[in-house]
Every structure is written in C-alpha cells, then in structure tokens.
Design a protein around this ligand. Structure first.
Ligand SMILES: NC(=O)c1ccc[n+]([C@@H]2O[C@H](COP(=O)([O-])OP(=O)(O)OC[C@H]3O[C@@H](n4cnc5c(N)ncnc54)[C@H](O)[C@@H]3O)[C@@H](O)[C@H]2O)c1
Length: 253
C-alpha cells in the first residue's frame, strides 16, 4: 500500500518549484492532489505531469492573498475528494530587495499579503474542515529566513518569521483536536524563484549564495519534498509545532 492512498493533499503554489515537487511526490505515494495557484500557459502541462503519477488531481485557480477566494477553494477540494487530510501552504514570492528605510510600502504589503496573510487565509478554512474530520496535517512553507535576518529582504524575512509564529500557535491551539501543524525551513533551493531573484547559474551572485551553505550547493525541490512527505505522514505522528530545516547545514553555522 502506498503511503498516501485515499488521502487528499492540498497545495498552494503547487504548479512550480517546491510545491510542484511535493505534489508529484505525494501523487506518487497515491494521494489525491488539489493545487491552488495562478493560471498560466504551463498549467495544463504541469497538471498532466502530476496526473501521470495519479490521475486524481485537480487545479483550482486562486490568488492566496485574496481572502474571498479561499473558502470556495477548500469547498471545491472537499466536494471533489470528500476530505482534506494534508494541506501544504506553500505559495510565496520574493519581492524587490531594499533596506528597511528604502522599502516601498507596496512591496512590503505585497510580500506580507501573499506569504503571511496567504498562509493565514488558508489555515482558517483548512482548520475548519479538519476540525469537522477531527484530524488533519498542516505544513507551512517558511524558510531559513524565518529564523535569521537577511539584508535587503525585510518583508520576506518578516513574513517567514511570522509563519513560524503562526505555526507554533496553531499547533498549540489544535494539538488536542487531532491536528498537527508544522513548518518547513528550506535554505536556497533551485527553483524559478531564485531565477526571478537574479540567482541564475554561474553568476557571481549564485556563487556567493552557494558559498553560504556548508554543503557548498543549492538544495533541490525534491529534497524539500522528502521532508514534506515525512512531516505529512504518520511517521511524524508525535511531531507538532516544530520546524524542519532542510538547509545543507546553513542554520548550524
Ligand atoms: N526557492 C527557495 O530558495 C526557497 C527557500 C526557502 C523557502 N522557499 C519558499 O518555498 C515556497 C515555494 O517557493 P519556490 O521556490 O518553489 O517558488 P516558485 O516561484 O517556483 O513557486 C511559487 C508558486 O507560488 C505561486 N504563487 C505565488 N503567488 C501566489 C498567489 N498570490 N496566489 C497563488 N499562487 C501564488 C506561483 O504561481 C508559483 O507556482 C515559497 O513560499 C518560498 O518562499 C523557497
């Protein structure tokens, strides 16, 4: 029997990078997959890739920062598959870099709106459904930058610290209700997000970023997906309110 047979896994931002790798890994383990993301030219191709692991997969168009999208999204998941067993709140953006004093207000609100409010928006409705079921697992995508400062990224850093606080608090509030809530803290992972930030192959910036990791390389989305599968599975049945660092040793320094 596969690990996630008959389980429903919901992933925000599941069409790219880490979210996509988690969707493919969970589908391979038999999970029904529901992806919430923006629609783009590659949506169909990505959904075909996921469905090649398990045809029981749906795409729901949404902007995680828009609260009114959220309830209908979770309703669609439950109407389609009957339950919501595992939620990965993963959608996120990097945003323009600037020192705090030069940070445009719009950039601040945009990153906090997607990365932190987007997680809160979904947790509210995921918890509502999981309380009805009296069980569920929520995993929020934080970052190593949820644990340290990073020059030029105060909005991103604040959002990822916020996710850890939100995770720990919800874990305490729902521990006795059969719901586990944890966060993952990846270091720099090879995804389109890094390319958007100008960290593309063989640039000086990429060499600098690689050099920050004791393992002297970037992580792979599949390596984050392995951690996600563990935290989502019953192997982690006594783990709640924690953060799993998948960082090539970054935070041990
Ligand atoms: N790549 C890294 O180095 C790294 C490191 C630590 C944490 N993370 C976190 O991992 C998560 C995934 O990042 P990634 O590197 O895979 O990035 P990515 O850009 O490859 O994927 C992000 C996905 O989120 C979606 N998304 C963005 N804003 C959205 C919104 N408002 N509504 C719905 N969907 C939205 C995008 O369309 C995309 O599919 C993010 O939360 C990111 O902060 C990434």
């Amino acid at each position: 029997m596969k690990k996630f047979e008959n389980k429903t896994v919901f992933i925000t931002g599941g069409l790219s990078g880490i979210g996509k790798a988690c969707a493919i890994a969970a589908a391979r383990e038999g999970a029904n997959i529901a992806i919430a993301d923006f629609k783009s030219a590659t949506t169909e191709r990505t959904m075909t890739e996921i469905k090649s692991e398990n045809p029981k997969a749906i795409f729901i168009e949404c902007d995680v920062s828009v609260y009114k999208h959220v309830q209908t999204t979770i309703q669609k998941v439950v109407n389609t598959f009957g339950t919501l067993d595992i939620a990965l709140n993963n959608a996120g953006i990097g945003g323009e870099g600037n020192k705090v004093g030069d940070m445009p207000e719009e950039a601040w609100h945009s990153v906090i709106g997607v990365n932190l409010c987007g997680v809160f928006n979904y947790m509210k409705h995921e918890l509502e459904q999981m309380l009805k079921q009296k069980k569920g697992v929520i995993i929020n995508m934080s970052s190593i930058l949820g644990k340290i400062g990073f020059v030029g990224s105060s909005h991103y850093v604040a959002s990822k610290h916020g996710i850890i606080g939100l995770t720990q608090t919800a874990a305490l509030e729902y521990a006795a209700e059969g719901i586990r809530v944890n966060a993952i803290c990846p270091a720099f992972i090879e995804t389109p997000m890094l390319l958007h930030a100008g960290i593309s192959e063989n640039t000086e910036l990429q060499k600098y970023i690689i050099g920050l990791h004791p393992m002297k390389r970037l992580g792979k989305p599949e390596e984050v997906a392995s951690g996600f599968l563990f935290l989502a599975s019953d192997d982690a049945s006594f783990i709640t309110g924690t953060t799993l660092e998948i960082d090539g040793g970054f935070l041990a320094q």
